[in-house]
Design a protein around this ligand. Structure first.
Ligand code: WT7
Length: 631
């Protein structure tokens, strides 16, 4: 049973059932899917190891559920609408039949190039239909995809390729993004200088720019497709076989390859897509995220397609050719459900309101947001100007690690409150914890957000490093998954996410690890030591503030700043560029040598009235100097 939430009372009843008897609940949901063999047990779990297994013994292929099983009733329904970067270029619409054929054909391309079940395939592509096809083609034959967002640098790409020992890279000559083109193939070429596991790359022609094709390694996408048959049986997978790896930043320097598996991920993303958005047959759904992030995996590709929806993908950016683009696209395709990030809303809110008023937005029924806490002003602007006060806003809180929505309103059913993610999805059991590890039961509490019971789409491990998985998520609070977020639970039991409580900064909805940025800045020959924190930013939510000590007083601070910014952009990617770089003579450290980021965060926030206890500092004087020089 996929949907039975009709009103608020039925949400409450469904939630209660899901908590009272999770196995019965998820077993019933799973019945709505196509399995080659049913599961032997719904759930086995132990958070101390941690080990979580859903639908063990079950056999399936997620692409059968996203494609084959829809063909009898919706072969001619549009599965994917692709809106290009350039509004004058032709839209591409793929029906379920066409998508099915293309996925099978590309699955054969993968096979023809030696890819088999379990092999890792890195995908570094722009937002074109072939990206969606590539993910599904991997899943069709049981290959594990590892999508790397096409804004990452060559060295970030190389790190991710090497971490998973990918055998193949799928890319394109270039990509269009607003007024710019990205030289993706050139970036891949640079990365591959350092990636011994990669045997081949397959290159899609998108921008037509000149690229170097290395003989015996690089193949053209169109040549390979021309040779491939459109029939491809789906590989039968165990429910707990790996479906994909997706990297996310962590508190230490190295990105974590989160591992998601086939069965639970499919069921949970589909269930939450249908229910949270209250998706209705035939509606046009648009999630503006890039498929390079979990939002795109779960809520552009897998969830919507398994639910038989029409899912739109957009190649461009909200500001191109002008700040009205999103609204122009909503009108053009009569979009019913629109899902975006608070950072985009804040940027668009600053543009002249005529960019919104020019377009007919009456097709919209539901709005969504994701990625970071949405501030009250942005929430109201979205509600008033985009939803015209008639569209429920679902503020969906979740993570790369959780695979799907965790806390979110059910559109039109859960009464919303601005800035609140509201209530848990069925099956999700949050716990608010204090710093001593005690659960703060009841309402009107504030603390760290944990989850105390497994849900089907949770990540199972960090690729190649289960110990890190345990340490990061299951060691801070006994027998609980720790999210890294803080939250408030108000008198009505509604959750409001207050932001990260660890060393992760969310910039424009993108996760960045402070250590990762520090490591890069420290590589500059003049830099001695760096401490990076986040500070509130109007549009980006948070931005990067770097405190840098140098071996010698810099001759020209501005030049050095530019060099550092370029180094970060080149090593990690433009999203990680520091907004502010303050050169300091020393960092505030404890006697044991630990940098007191709490103090640096306050200085960056310009809130120095109460710096808390500084008595444990080795040299309290350093704080005064930093405050004086603050940017
Ligand atoms: C972190 C996860 C899940 C897809 C996008 C980000 C923050 C996410 C919300 C929200 C407040 C949010 C959290 C979370 N976050 N959604 N609706 N309200 N905060 O995935 O890159 O794994 O980042 O994003 O801090 O831990 P991600």
């Amino acid at each position: 049973m996929l949907t039975n939430i009709k009103d608020f009372q039925s949400y409450l009843d469904t939630y209660q059932e899901s908590i009272d008897n999770p196995e019965k609940f998820w077993g019933a949901v799973a019945e709505a899917f196509t399995w080659n063999k049913k599961w032997d047990s719904v759930l086995e779990w132990d958070f101390t190891k941690p080990e979580v297994k859903w639908f063990q013994g079950g056999k399936l292929n997620i692409t059968v559920n996203c494609l084959d099983r829809h063909l009898p009733e919706r072969a001619n329904q549009t599965a994917i609408i692709w809106e290009p970067n350039d509004p004058n270029e032709a839209v591409v619409k793929l029906t379920y039949q066409e998508l099915f054929d293309k996925v099978c054909q590309f699955a054969n391309v993968l096979k023809n190039n030696g890819i088999t079940k379990g092999d890792r395939v890195c995908i570094y592509m722009p937002m074109v239909p072939e990206l969606c096809i590539a993910l599904l083609a991997c899943a069709r034959i049981g290959a594990v995809h590892s999508v790397v967002f096409a804004g990452f640098s060559s060295s970030s790409l190389a790190d991710r390729i090497n971490d998973a020992s990918c055998k193949l890279v799928l890319t394109s000559d270039g990509g269009f993004r607003g007024g710019k083109t990205l030289a993706l193939k050139a970036i891949v070429d640079e990365a591959l200088l350092d990636c011994p596991s990669v045997e081949k790359s397959i290159v899609l022609k998108r921008t037509g720019e000149a690229v170097t094709m290395q003989p015996n390694r690089d193949l053209w996408w169109h040549d390979e497709v021309a040779k491939a048959d459109t029939h491809c049986e789906a590989e039968i997978m165990d429910a707990e076989d790996m479906l994909f790896i997706l990297y996310t930043s962590g508190s230490t320097g190295k990105p974590k390859g989160m591992v998601h598996t086939c069965g639970g991920y499919m069921i949970y993303t589909t269930y939450t897509f249908k229910n949270a958005f209250q998706y209705k047959e035939g509606e046009i759904y648009w999630c503006t995220a890039d498929i390079g992030w979990i939002t795109g995996h779960s809520y552009i590709v897998y969830g919507p397609l398994a639910a038989g929806a029409t899912s739109m993908m957009f190649e461009g950016v909200p500001s191109y050719p002008d700040m009205g683009r999103f609204w122009q696209v909503v009108e053009k395709h009569a979009v019913n459900i629109f899902y975006t990030a608070p950072t985009a809303i804040r940027a668009l809110e600053k543009a002249d309101i005529s960019y919104v008023e020019k377009y007919d937005l009456s097709s919209l029924r539901v709005l969504g947001t994701v990625g970071e806490p949405i501030n009250e002003e942005a929430w109201h602007w979205y509600d008033d100007h985009i939803g015209k006060g008639k569209c429920p806003i679902i503020d969906t809180w979740w993570q790369t690690e959780t695979g799907g929505f965790m806390i979110s309103p059910i559109a039109g059913i859960t009464p919303t409150k601005p800035t609140y993610a509201t209530l848990p999805m069925p099956g999700i059991q949050p716990a608010v914890m204090n710093e001593n590890g005690q659960e703060l039961a009841g309402n009107g509490v504030e603390g760290r957000l944990c989850i105390k019971f497994p849900w089907p789409s949770m990540a199972r491990t960090i690729y190649g490093n289960h110990e890190r998985f345990r340490n990061t998520y299951f060691s801070a609070f006994e027998n609980k998954y720790f999210t890294g977020d803080g939250c408030k639970k108000d008198e009505d039991g509604y959750y409001r996410i207050t932001g990260r409580v660890d060393d992760v900064i969310i910039v424009s909805g993108h996760n960045l690890g402070t250590a990762e940025i520090e490591n890069v800045i420290d590589e500059h020959k003049e830099v001695c030591e760096t401490a990076v924190v986040g500070f509130p930013h109007d549009v980006k939510g948070h931005a990067v503030y770097a405190y840098v000590t140098c071996y010698h007083t810099p001759d020209n601070e501005e030049d050095l700043r530019q060099e550092i910014i370029t180094l970060v952009a080149k090593t990690i990617g433009p999203i990680a560029k520091p907004e502010k770089i303050q050169f300091v003579s020393g960092l505030p450290k404890t006697r044991s040598g630990k940098i007191m980021r709490r103090i640096l965060r306050k200085i960056a926030e310009k809130d120095t009235s109460n710096l808390g206890d500084t008595s444990t500092l080795l040299d309290p004087g350093v704080v005064e100097t930093i405050i004086e020089g603050a940017l």
